[in-house]
Structures are given as C-alpha cells and as structure tokens.
Write a protein that binds this ligand. Sequence first.
Ligand code: NAD
Length: 483
Amino acid sequence: MPSLRLANLIDGRLQAPRQDRWLDVFEPATGKVFAHCPDSDADDVAAAVAAAQRAASAWAATSTEQRAHLLHRLADLIEARVDEFAALESRDSGKLLSLARSLDIPRAVSNLRYFAAAVVPWSSESHAMELGAINYTLRQPLGVVGCISPWNLPLYLFTWKIAPALAAGNAVVAKPSEITPCTAALLGELSIEAGFPAGVLNIVQGHGPIVGQAIVEHPGIKAVSFTGSTRTGAQIATAAAPHFKKLSLELGGKNPAIVFADTELSEANLDTIVRSGFANQGEICLCGSRLLVQRAIYDSFRERYLARVRALRVGDPLDTSSDLGALVSQPHFDKVMACIAQARDEGGQVLCGGKAITLPGAHAGGWYVAPTVIEGLAPDAVTNQQEIFGPVVSLIPFEDEAEALAIANGTGYGLAASLWTTNLARAHRFGAQLDFGIVWINCWLLRDLRTPFGGTKQSGLGREGGVEALRFFTEPKNICIRY
Ligand code: NAD
C-alpha cells in the first residue's frame, strides 16, 4: 500500500510545507512507516497566523448560530466516516480499533457538538449597582489562538481544544502531535467541505520544538491551549511569559486509585479498577498507576486483581480479542521498559508482566509491553513518583485514611484520583481532601463535558471543559454605565 502523504491546512487550502521536508509516521502495531507528515517550520506557522489574522474579525462577527452550524456540519462529516477515522487512529497510535471506534472518534464528534450547542445560549453577566449604574461583561474572542495536542488521544484532544476556540469566535492555528498526525489532517480536509471560511482553522504539522514553539512565541497568537507532558508545559510557560500570553496547560499525572476495605468488590468494579490502569495500554493521562489498597484486604484483593491482569491479552490492535494494543513509538516503548528496569533496580517485585512481547508475522516489529504489576516499593520510590504512561501499575498497601491520604497526595502531580468505598461519609470527606483536579468515587473515566477538567500542581494550570473552556478562549470586558 502506498504511504499516506499528509498536508498542512493553511488559509483554507491543503498545502505542502514550504521547505518540502517530511517526517516519517510509524504504525506502532508493525513498527513500519505508513505515512509522511509535513516537517513544517516557523515560516509555515507565520503563514498560518497571517491567514488566521485575516479571517479573525469576520469570524468573530459571525453569529454564534452560524459558527455552531459549521461545527455541527464538521461533526456530521466525521460521523459519516467514523469507521475510516477509527481505523486511521488505531493505525497511527497503536490503540485498539475497538477503543478508537467506541471512544476516541465518537468523543471527537461530541466535543464539536457539545461546544456548538453550549456557545449559543452562553450569556454574559450583568450587575446593577444601587447608586444607579449597571455593569455588563462582554466576552470577546481573543483573535488568533494556538491549540497544541498530544498523541495519546489524538482526535479526541485535538477537537477538545479547537471546538471551544472556534465556537467562541477565535481563528485557530492548531498543531497535533507529529507522532499521530493523521486524523487531524483528515479533519482539516473535512473542515473545507464543511464550509469553514478560509483561515478560520489552520493546522500546521511538524516537530513540537519547531512548530509548537513557533506557535507559542508568535506575537500574533494571543493564547495557547496545550495538552502534553509537564516538561513541555514548563517550556511553553517559559516561552510564553515574555508575551504575557494566556495559557491553559493540561499536563501529566501520577494518579492514585484508592481501594478501602469496605469497597464492594463486584466483578464489574474489579474490571473498572483493572481498566483504570491498563486502558489504552496505560497511555491515558487519567489512568491510575498507583493502586493503593487497604491492608485488611490487600492479599485477597491482590490475588483477584492479578488473575484479571494476567488474563489481559496483548495483540494486534485490529483484533477484537486484544485487550491492549501497541505502545505509540519506539522511544516511548524504550522509556516504559527503562521504567520497569528501574522499578526492579529500586527493589520492586514484578508480580506479572515486566517484559516486552513479540507478536508473530507482520507484527514482529511492533512495540508491545505486557501489562505489568509491581509491589514492594515505598511511596517515595521513583517508580511511584514519576509518570510512566504505560501499562505499569504499582501496588501500595495502606493502614488507614490518614496514611492513604498522605500517599495519594504525596507526589508532584494532581490530575485525577479514583476512590473506592461504600462509606458515604468517607467518600465525601476523603474526596474533598484529595489534592487533584478530578476525583472519581466508585467509578473511573466517567466524563461529562460540562464539568471543569484539569489538574493541580505539576498536572497543569487552569481548567478546560464546559463554560471554563469558553471563558478561557474569550476576554472578559466589563462595561459600567451610569444612569
Ligand atoms: P509532549 O509534551 O511531548 O507533546 C505534546 C505536544 O506538544 C505535541 O504536539 C508536541 O509536538 C508539542 N511540543 C513538544 N515540544 C514543544 C515545545 N517546546 N513547544 C510547543 N509544543 C511542543 O507530550 P506527549 O508525549 O505527546 O503526550 C504525553 C503527555 O501528555 C503525558 O505526560 C500525558 O500525561 C499528557 N497528557 C495530559 C492530558 C491532560 O488532560 N492533563 C491528556 C493527555 C495527555
């Protein structure tokens, strides 16, 4: 099969990068190149920003109903080709086709539809003053904004950013991950068909430190919404500081799942706890990589948990009987394997997994890692502190609430925690004390697009989702009239 050649979307046209340089895009399931993506540079970004600046005023003046209509049209076009999108996402990222089909692509459609619907009734506040004046707050689009997204949920997170940015009336310069550029490129093509005016949505593909950095540093870009690693988030914050740019940073995590002895350990709950560690090969920022279990049930829980993890099948992402697909890239595979070696070095016992898996035939070159469970490491061990972002879970026993809280809160991250208990008072009390942006009680990954999403500490800055995202992508201006 000839390899795919992706394009940038600039000024309403699909374009090759100005320097005609291209990056290899690998299929994680086989380790082979299957596409080429533009290796763009700062000149491509400048052209995209110029196009966005030309389009911004007219787009801001377009009615919210018309903006919503175009977002719905784009959602319709993606929905009509959902199987093609899902296959492309799976091929590009190594994730299970079934997951791309049931989660990633439907959620991308929902992102577009949700913000299309949310922006129409969104109204500004007004405040009457007793002395005879009225304040009202205009929420004006920022102009041109940057959206930078990662590889783990490619179209899901790409649309999570561009949908509210466009709905709120901004022109966008967006950059998907160079590791998984395909579905955003296809979305770009469909945006032309949907009828978006030229320059309203621009997509510049390429290396993060070149294209991403150019987006962050371009003076014409007023705000940047970024999802990715904490390290890159810090670089972006540094680069954006001299320009006083508005930033939304959704970064890494080291999330705990905390299981109290009173938890109802039904088969369904156990399945959810297992899924919370290993869904998408552990490559979801919300996956729980520290599994805290109350000592009173530790041994029995461990036995049931391990039996389930051992039964997980690593395989071809297209095969419906696979539970885990391939890791996204050779460097990421190497990093995860190095983390497992480090866990052993610091005294952890590998209870299952702990090794790479070589599949037969065409998949022999793919990047597969067995689901891995480790125990015996102190809460402050490197393994329990650093984000691994792979199929690796560390079991940690605890005695009581106080100890569980200290361990759970005892990392530099604060993205998400899941808490398992049937004690209602504990659920509320403990949930309120967890220093995380998101707390799930007796569930995991239930997402309501109306709710604020983001992390504390090194997991980020600001919140996206619902009205928070519309607020981020607009400037509030208060107007006070005396009467
Ligand atoms: P990454 O930081 O390497 O890259 C993310 C994006 O930033 C990519 O598009 C990349 O090209 C770009 N980039 C890289 N260097 C840049 C720079 N100097 N300036 C501007 N842009 C740059 O992250 P990744 O490896 O793609 O993604 C995995 C990370 O993302 C994990 O840490 C994970 O926890 C995090 N993540 C967080 C959330 C969340 O909602 N908090 C969601 C998904 C993933």
